[in-house]
Design a protein around this ligand. Sequence first.
Ligand code: G1P
Length: 297
Amino acid sequence: MTIRKAVIPAAGLGTRFLPATKSTPKEMLPVVDKPAIQYVVEEAVAAGLEDVLMITGRSKRTLADHFDSVPELESALEAKGDEKRLAEVRHSSDLANVHFVRQGQPKGLGHAVLCARHHVGDEPFAVLLGDDLIDERDPILPTMIELQQRTGGSVVALLEVDPEQVHLYGCAAVEPLEGDEDQVRITGLVEKPDPADAPSNLAVIGRYVLNPAVFAVLDETAPGRGGEIQLTDALATLADMPAEQGGGVYGVVFRGRRYDTGDRLDYLKAVVRIASDRPDLGPDLRAWLTEYVKTLP
Ligand code: G1P
């Protein structure tokens, strides 16, 4: 069954970015001149997923506003003949069919995904976490979608990290899949393990293509790490289930550029790297950076 729907959990409080996120959702922080969430929606659309469901919470109204049209701004730009900005303003509202549902209670990522059950129905779907920004030049969703279609199971994106970083992520035990050394079968998953208990240094990053069987499993998944319903725990259950019941979990190892925009230092790196590569800002920024670096101790 072709995959058409993307789910973007965006109910988090953004505590790592306070005070900026006191009244602004973290997803709306600009990366150069676009809110972080727009990159994520653009990535989904580029992979053919034009039906986007955001799982939001309180104080997230600006997210809905960003993907809606703004007639007064559009007519002002039209009157000025500013076609370029008009196109940019219209782009975010024309991009995708964006829907919203509220999570209500902060019961974890697994619970957020479960809130998508009614909208998604009985078809495979993608989940994209807003903090993970995948560079558009290194797309991974198409490969994950292909693997989901081939296996019928669920697929996660994996990243090789330093063993000391594993405690920040879901961590996978894997075995090779024939044909491609960057594709694996997942035999176990642990949410944020101590380095000593980690089955590998393969971390789950925020891209998933899931069999809808995950909903029934999430419904039965007890709160795990941090007292929250963990998507990782539901995937560990699916990994042990037979294919006829929607089980089987696979991984695609990501080797491209990715930024954790929820982390302040990584956020700054993302802004500098993305701006340096842009034709409008890059030449001037790179020239300035080269001079600036010389002044550093
Ligand atoms: C979540 C998941 C974790 C995953 C991570 C990727 O954690 O629970 O398994 O590795 O996203 O970014 P969070 O970063 O929300 O704590």
